[in-house]
Ligand binder design. Structure first.
Ligand code: AMP
Ligand code: MG
Length: 484
């Protein structure tokens, strides 16, 4: 095995309750289906084409890379509001790749077999869901949104039983880390105060070295994670991304989008949009994402209380005051992104109302979120009820006035907008088509074409028209499933 890794194992220096050493469980006949050369290169993994077969063995979990100390991480989480002890039930951290520029990335195999945290699960994943994660996470990355990335998909040659039989697969995930809000919730439950502090010190050193030496590291960490999450969620709102399972075990401390399950992109603007079949109450609806993030951060704050102050009443007070700032932090980031979407320079008191008015009209007119902003950006208004609507036309005049304030030309405003308004998002019906053709007909052409489209989502390409519009019949009750 000549592939050159530079694997570190910093996580295993943490208190041993936080993980279990565990190797991936071998699979029958691993076959590399997708490999992300560009990502491999960017993390200084040297692979040559004639090694791709060997890679199937490694990334399928049958052969460990040199110097690997595989482990599964323990964590807990609030799932739909209920506290549960979890852990990597079907994922193995094979190591942390240290790049030439000294950046550290977790390399994790997902779907790699049972672990001590598998509970009743089989430790496996379906090819379809791993392809879905690969496609959407790469799309998110190229949309400029902080995300875990996908290095490879290996078909296992085994079947995986869900509602029906599926082909199995293993995804190689690359992330800044897989430390979650739920990791701190686990630490709070099971570790001594000293050990909890070790985790905080580790996270600060790994992700936020600028906080090293602070007087109250746990409090500073909370503030940092609040800021990172505000940035992340506002970016989701910018492109219409709905995560679908914002449980605290799926919230990354490093501020990346992780754990792609029943996620999907909104077409028609409606804050109530939910695609996940199990989210019947709409807890994780598009418009709820900021509020849920606030709630998730409050779980982090609780887990950090013993570290924030010895005096728990004081700790609660300090944490509460800090958490109370979240709505303002979020709103200012969100508003700035929406200003970018509308090409507005500077800040004016009426900006928030301008954004809200447009969204309300779009909601009422059932307008496509992505394409409405794309039209404003290009100045090309196709025949569309929205654009003929009186309320929209009034709004449009207000917008022109605001966008051209401070001597900015409309063209300049539109140039800014083009950087923030994607033309292409992974449209649900195209995602389904790509996955169907790949898994049912072993035809990856649409999948690869879609990956290509999503590499430059802000650049119009006349060959990609099919990817620009929602399905003719609309979402039509489109549902995504956790049956992964
Ligand atoms: P998720 O909803 O994908 O974030 O998963 C929640 C928890 O269930 C995590 O601890 C996963 O590791 C675990 N899990 C999900 N699917 C499986 C499976 N097939 N086998 C074992 N554990 C699983
Ligand atoms: Mg998860």
């Amino acid at each position: 095995m000549n592939m050159k890794w530079n694997l570190q194992h910093s996580y295993s220096s943490l208190p041993n309750k936080l993980f279990s050493f565990q190797s991936p469980i071998p699979v029958k006949s691993p076959k590399l289906v997708l490999f992300n050369h560009e990502l491999a290169q960017s993390i200084d993994l040297e692979v040559s084409d004639n090694e791709l077969d060997k890679l199937s063995q490694v990334l399928g979990g049958n052969v460990l890379p040199e110097n690997s100390k595989p482990l599964a991480q323990a964590y807990a989480g609030h799932q739909f509001g209920n506290f549960t002890i979890l852990g990597d039930g079907r994922a193995i951290l094979i190591g942390e790749q240290l790049t030439n520029s000294q950046k550290l990335f977790d390399i994790q195999l997902k779907g790699s077999g049972r672990t001590p945290y598998s509970r009743g699960g089989d430790g496996r994943a379906t090819l379809k869901s791993m392809l879905r994660e690969y496609l959407i996470s790469e799309a998110m990355y190229h949309l400029g949104i902080s995300s875990s990335r996908s290095l490879a998909v290996v078909a296992s040659g085994e079947t995986v039983q869900r509602e029906w039989e599926n082909d199995g697969a293993i995804l190689t995930r690359v992330a800044k880390s897989h430390i979650r809000v739920g990791t701190f919730e686990f630490a709070y439950q099971y570790l001594s105060l000293e050990e909890q502090k070790e985790l905080t010190v580790y996270v600060i050193k790994r992700h936020y070295p600028e906080l090293e030496g602070s007087k109250n590291p746990a409090l500073e960490l909370l503030k940092k994670v609040m800021e990172k999450q505000a940035e992340l969620i506002s970016d989701w709102m910018r492109v219409g991304f709905i995560h679908g399972v914002m449980n605290t075990d799926n919230v990354s401390i490093a501020g990346e989008t992780i754990d792609y399950g029943p996620c999907a992109f909104m077409n028609v603007y409606d804050p109530g949009t939910v695609f996940s079949s199990i989210d019947t109450a709409g807890r994780y609806a598009f418009g709820n994402q900021p509020k849920i993030t606030h709630w998730n951060l409050s779980r982090l704050a609780i887990a950090l209380l013993p570290q924030i102050d010895e005096d728990q009443d004081k700790a609660v007070k300090t944490a509460q005051e800090t958490l109370n700032q979240f709505p303002d932090i979020y709103e200012s980031k969100y508003l700035q992104l929406m200003r970018n979407k509308l090409g507005l320079i500077g800040e004016e008191p009426q900006d928030k109302a301008l954004v809200e008015d447009l969204l309300n009209i779009m909601n009422q007119m059932k307008a496509d979120y992505t394409n409405t902003f794309a039209s404003l950006t290009s100045g090309e208004f196709s025949e569309n009820e929205l654009f003929e609507n009186d309320r929209f036309q009034d709004w449009y005049l207000n917008w022109i006035q605001r966008a051209t304030k401070n001597g900015q030309t409309l063209e300049a405003a539109q140039k800014t907008m083009a950087l923030h308004n994607p033309i292409y998002i992974p449209r649900n019906h195209k995602v389904e088509e790509a996955l169907f053709q790949a898994t049912e007909n072993n035809d990856y052409s649409i999948f690869h074409e879609m990956l290509k489209v999503m590499k430059t989502p802000y650049q119009f390409n006349e060959n990609f028209t099919a990817y620009q519009f929602p399905a003719l019949e609309g979402d039509n009750g489109y549902q995504t499933f956790c049956g992964t």
